[in-house]
Design a binder for this molecule. Structure first.
Ligand code: NAD
Length: 322
């Protein structure tokens, strides 16, 4: 993490709807998250040229006023900002560098373009992408999100940003269109670092809360009794009080709708793998993070990929002889 002090803004504190800078935004990756994020930029008055290899994604984008390009290269030529929302760091680095002898986005974009990556990727990959962008004469920002598809559609995402201070200021108005909370976490890679540290806490705490509920069941405790005590005591956490893994105490939690996500098990498994990679590359003597990664890998592989990650409680219960 850098020494840049963390700072935070709220989208509701600014107009958020004034285009911050002239020039087109090239938006690459119009999937579940990128599609609605790009639409919100257009609604706020930005000029967006989008590209995605999936034709249906392009069709939806066009229906919402996004200009679409036939290739990523075409989208990026002339863009002031290159915003990416891609599945992985490999997708990002391949796009930046180019593959199969084709030029990469860094070769094509006008000098000084701002490369803004909102995908969730390894911290090391984010730093490598930023180094490549800067070496090619551009500016780089990593800004992964939390808030899911619902937050992307509503423009209420949280952005965790790794950027030089002047680049943070430049992207802040754009991020405030797509999100309600924008936190400057430090320099390149710090946004990804904050995201995986937070999600490691979340993965571990959901397992702890779920194990406690199953233990409570075995001991004859009602869900409500455990909730009433723990939610107002030292066991209090988001996994318990917002995303409670048993139906009843928190009516809006995914447990009340058969674990429809929410935050899918596959995404928790992905984020914990990124945390595991960072734990290994930094040599942190962590035990629960790697274990949580293994537990969510199994959960995703055994039918939990498309279920909310709080469905882990059903695995624990099944393996507890209920
Ligand atoms: P998605 O698979 O729906 O979208 C990714 C899109 O990128 C796809 O449409 C794919 O065709 C496109 N793509 C792949 N290579 C491309 C390229 N070279 N150029 C342009 N487009 C390309 O995934 P998503 O759910 O939108 O997630 C995107 C990112 O956001 C991931 O890194 C994910 O971890 C992160 N994220 C997702 C959620 C969520 O709830 N879905 C929440 C937080 C963060």
């Amino acid at each position: 993490m850098s020494e840049t002090p963390a700072s935070e803004t709220s989208g509701s504190e600014t107009s958020g709807s004034e285009p911050a800078q002239a020039g087109t935004i090239a938006f690459l990756g119009l999937g579940h998250m990128g599609g609605p994020m790009a639409i919100n930029l257009v609604r706020a008055g930005y000029s967006v040229t989008g590209f995605d290899p999936v034709p249906a994604a392009l069709e939806t984008a066009r229906a919402h006023g996004i200009t679409t390009a036939d290739t990523a290269i075409e989208a990026v030529a002339g863009a002031a900002v290159v915003l990416t929302m891609l599945p992985s760091g490999k997708h990002l680095l391949d796009a930046y560098r180019g593959t199969g002898g084709q030029p990469g986005l860094l070769d094509i974009a006008p000098p000084g373009s701002l490369f803004l990556d909102c995908s969730t990727i390894n911290v090391d990959e984010a730093r490598e992408a930023a180094d490549l962008a800067v070496a090619a004469g551009h500016r780089a920002v990593d800004a992964p999100v939390s808030g899911g598809v619902v937050g992307a559609e509503a423009g209420t995402l949280t952005f965790m940003v790794g950027a030089l201070p002047e680049d943070f200021e430049a992207v802040k108005p754009l991020l405030e269109v797509m999100g309600k909370r924008v936190v400057h976490c430090g320099e390149h890679g710090a946004g990804q670092a904050a995201k995986i540290c937070n999600n490691m806490i979340l993965g571990v705490s959901m397992i702890a809360v779920s194990e406690a509920f199953v233990l409570g069941e075995k001991l004859g405790l009602t869900h409500q009794a455990l909730f009433d005590v723990a939610s107002a005591a030292s066991g209090q956490c988001w996994a318990l009080t917002t995303n409670c893994p048993v139906p009843g105490p928190v009516p809006t939690s995914p447990a009340n709708r058969d674990y429809q996500p929410g935050f899918a098990g596959a995404l928790m498994a992905k984020d914990l793998k990124l945390a595991l990679n960072a734990l290994e590359s930094t040599g942190v003597a962590a035990r629960l993070g790697p274990l949580a990664s293994e537990i969510y890998d199994n959960f995703a592989a055994e039918g939990g990929a498309g279920r909310d990650f709080s469905g882990i409680i059903t695995d624990i219960r099944d393996k507890s002889g209920h």
